[in-house]
Design a protein around this ligand. Sequence first.
Ligand SMILES: [Zn+2]
Length: 275
Amino acid sequence: MARESVYKKYKPANRPKDITSAPGYWFIFKDYEMIVKVTNTGISIPYGNLEELKIAPVRTQYLGTLEGKPCYSAEVDPETEAPKGMEFRELRSLYDVLEGDIFLLAGKAVQMVTWDRDHQFCGRCGAATENSPYEMAKVCPECGFRSFVRLSPAVITAIVKDDKLLMAKHGYRGGMYSLIAGFVEPGETLKEAVEREIMEEVGLKVKNIKYFGSQPWPFPHSLMVAFTAEYRSGEIKVDGREIVDAKWFGPEEIPRMPPRISITSELIDWFISKF
Ligand SMILES: [Zn+2]
């Protein structure tokens, strides 16, 4: 079973009124590029206050605390240059560089920044929105419409038949074999999404669908919910476009592994650990 809590050191703030101006960790973004401090010993998140960091953000958000210290996210102007000793790095490229929970916190930060930027005005009537004092929501003072941070649940499943694991090669993901995954559709339970995706992508029926774990994934705002399942019936059939190939792999035959903290690699490790 995958770990239940991804954060070991981070405590979220669920209400914007908890806002503080004390020095803290800054997750500063220009689109999906984040400012990091680069030293001989590695890469870290800038710490201090904005004057010290010489950064003038467009907007900031309070995220909570990391080992008792405040954490903020911020958006800077596209023209902004990184302060001395720091660099902008693509968030995705920091996946294997930052500690697991720091990377996930950076993922939360970029989602907060994007949400704040994209919901300055009411999607229903166009009036300027305000932050709710009670919850992470934007409220329209004219019509009362509320906007929450968008989250898109997706399911991913390890399908096992005898001693083999099903992996499919995606036409659009650099031709890498991976597990069957897809977004949950409105009106669907997670189990139904698992069954539908597997039927659509490889034409198989499964049984014994079991929850395995979950992982926030900020590109752009997914929550990956992982399952294990057993093959029930059918022959592998792929559409040749989205999925170009799918086959059963024994524990020794599993192709190239995705990076370490992804839930995909945890599912694959789970499969291999059965032998
Ligand atoms: Zn409105």
